[in-house]
Design a protein around this ligand. Structure first.
Ligand code: HEM
Length: 506
């Protein structure tokens, strides 16, 4: 080879390497990701962390790396936020930038890739869906319209439990009866109908398919397929079941509820006498061409999970805490008896006059943050957070549980102590007025169902405590409050058996 050619090759190589070094330095300087465990190629931190990405793991890494961390889970960038200031950035200040949702492979199936409202990107579709759902669900007028029905449902729970001798002796799994109640509360708003009892065949069918959807969706075991796309073939069978369950659920909603309502509406014609319920609003929007048939079914699907399961889980946790904290239970009963008078049954209006009842609910939602990392947010474009660069389409998790249980924010956070909301935390509300307590989120994608959840929790817990002494079953001294953590929810590991001894009016 002639010397000049060799010299040219060497010079070109040197130039190429220099350019690569400079570019990588510049890029490195320009792109500064949040800290986190060192990722392996392709797998990231998956070998280290595994599939169980929950609020405890995120708290563990937050303690090591800081209030904003990046976990490279295979191909997925997971950004977790654990301080009030950064939560405020994500949810409020940069609420538009971080206002989309990160779905996973299973929720792609359940929502038809975001044709619903909850898992759709921030934008026109979401705005339209949220507007359409708000009128029949999320206003104070709706609360006033349905509060009587919620009170009547709670009264039926009391009546059924009183009539069940097992309840006052060995105890019952109260959850199953509360579940029927919450279904009825929501189905009344949605379809103007309720189920007669737990054995109602349609109720059994709806509960079963929703239960399957919940089990499949909440499992953390499929995470690997989301993190490492080339492992997805191993989930073929799982995804096939998800598709089958989705098909069955949507058909059930269509055949047993939507079609029936359409028929009823056409019979009633324009001079309808019956009450207009949520489905009538959705079908009107569909007729106007604002949304399509599938969107209607996906709204129903969303409500079946977001509205019903969360409220049942919250009730389940609250009952467990009241049993395990008998002093709190007695204090609450005394408050109700003193303020309302013995035997006067708690109504929605009364819940506002019962501060200790409110504090018990707040404390339950603090210690047992039902949706511990909120629902996953996402930034469509590269964004800035706490001085770091956040890669586009990151899954952004706000660790609401950590914020509500951080010992630097709360006095003895591990204690169930409703009194804290009269003492050092007297200014804190459930609506996110302080970012250290956001059980319903805050900002654009926050939970609109807070308007319904809070009165339903208040009426139900109030009535249970004023009518029953709730105790552990014989031979048990504490209700087991271990957690079962899933994709989005913190549930109680074992449905608790509770003894409910009727209290006579004195
Ligand atoms: C104790 C009960 C409940 C809790 C703890 C709860 C909590 C939450 C949380 C944390 C979010 C996500 C907020 C975010 O990602 O920033 C959410 C979203 C949502 N919740 Fe609830 N929720 C409850 C009850 C309800 C009820 C009763 C309904 C309906 C009647 C409902 C409907 C929704 C909807 C539609 C969204 C999605 C909002 C959106 O993406 O725009 N929730 N909820």
């Amino acid at each position: 080879m002639d010397l000049l050619l060799l010299q040219n090759i060497l010079l070109s190589l040197f130039a190429a390497v220099s350019v690569a070094v400079v570019v990588s330095k510049l890029r490195g300087r320009r792109f500064k990701p949040p800290p986190g465990p060192f990722p392996l190629p392709i797998f990231g931190s998956w070998f280290q962390i595994g599939n169980n990405l929950d609020h405890h793991i995120l708290t563990h890494y937050a303690k090591r790396f800081g209030d904003v961390i990046l976990l490279k889970m295979g191909q997925l960038n997971v950004v977790a936020v654990s301080s009030k200031e950064l939560a405020k950035e994500v949810l409020l200040t940069q609420g538009v930038e971080f206002g989309s949702r990160s779905r996973n492979i299973v929720f792609d199936v359940f929502t038809g890739k975001g044709q619903d409202m909850i898992f759709t990107e921030y934008g026109d579709h979401w705005r339209k869906m949220r507007r359409i759902v708000t009128v029949p669900f999320f206003t104070n007028k709706v609360v006033q319209q349905y509060r009587g029905a919620w009170e009547a449902e709670a009264a039926k729970v009391v009546e059924d439990v009183r009539g069940n001798p097992e309840a006052s002796t060995n105890g019952i799994v109260l959850r199953t009866r509360l579940q029927l109640m919450v279904y009825n509360n929501i189905y009344k708003i949605m379809f103007d109908m309720t189920f007669d009892n737990e054995d109602d065949p349609l109720f059994v069918k709806v509960k079963e398919t929703n239960g399957e959807r919940s089990r499949l969706g909440q499992s953390l075991e499929y995470n690997f397929g989301d993190f490492i796309p080339f492992l997805r073939p191993f989930l073929k069978g799982y995804l096939k079941i998800c598709k089958e369950v989705t098909r069955r659920r949507l058909n059930l909603y269509q055949d047993s509820f939507v079609a029936l309502r359409k028929k009823l509406a056409s019979k009633e014609g324009t001079e309808r006498n019956g009450a207009k319920c949520a489905i009538d609003h959705f079908l009107e929007a569909q007729k106007k061409g604002e949304i399509n048939d599938d969107n209607v079914l996906y709204i129903i699907e969303n409500m079946n999970i977001a509205a019903i399961e969360t409220t049942v889980w919250a009730l389940e946790w609250a009952v467990a805490e009241l049993v395990n904290n008998p002093d709190v239970q007695t204090k609450l009963r005394d408050e109700i008896n003193t303020i309302l008078g013995p035997g006067i049954q708690v109504t929605e209006a009364d819940t506002h006059k019962l501060p200790y009842l409110q504090a018990v609910i707040k404390e339950t939602l603090r210690l047992r943050t039902i949706v511990p990392c909120l629902l996953p947010h996402m930034n469509l474009q590269t964004a800035k957070l706490g001085g770091y660069d956040i890669p586009a389409q990151s899954r952004v998790l706000v660790n609401a549980w950590r914020l509500a249980n951080d010992p630097t924010n709360w006095k003895k956070p591990e204690e169930f102590r409703p009194e804290r909301f009269f003492e050092e935390e007297s200014k804190i509300e459930t609506n996110g007025n302080d970012l250290k307590y956001i059980p319903f989120g805050v900002g654009r994608r926050s939970c609109p169902g807070i308007l319904i959840a809070m009165p339903v929790l208040g009426i139900t817990l109030g009535r249970l405590v004023q009518n029953f002494e709730m105790l552990c079953p014989p031979g048990v001294d504490k209700i087991d409050t271990r957690e079962n953590n899933g994709q989005f929810a913190m549930r109680i590991l074992k449905h608790s058996t509770v003894v409910l001894k009727p209290i006579g009016v004195v």
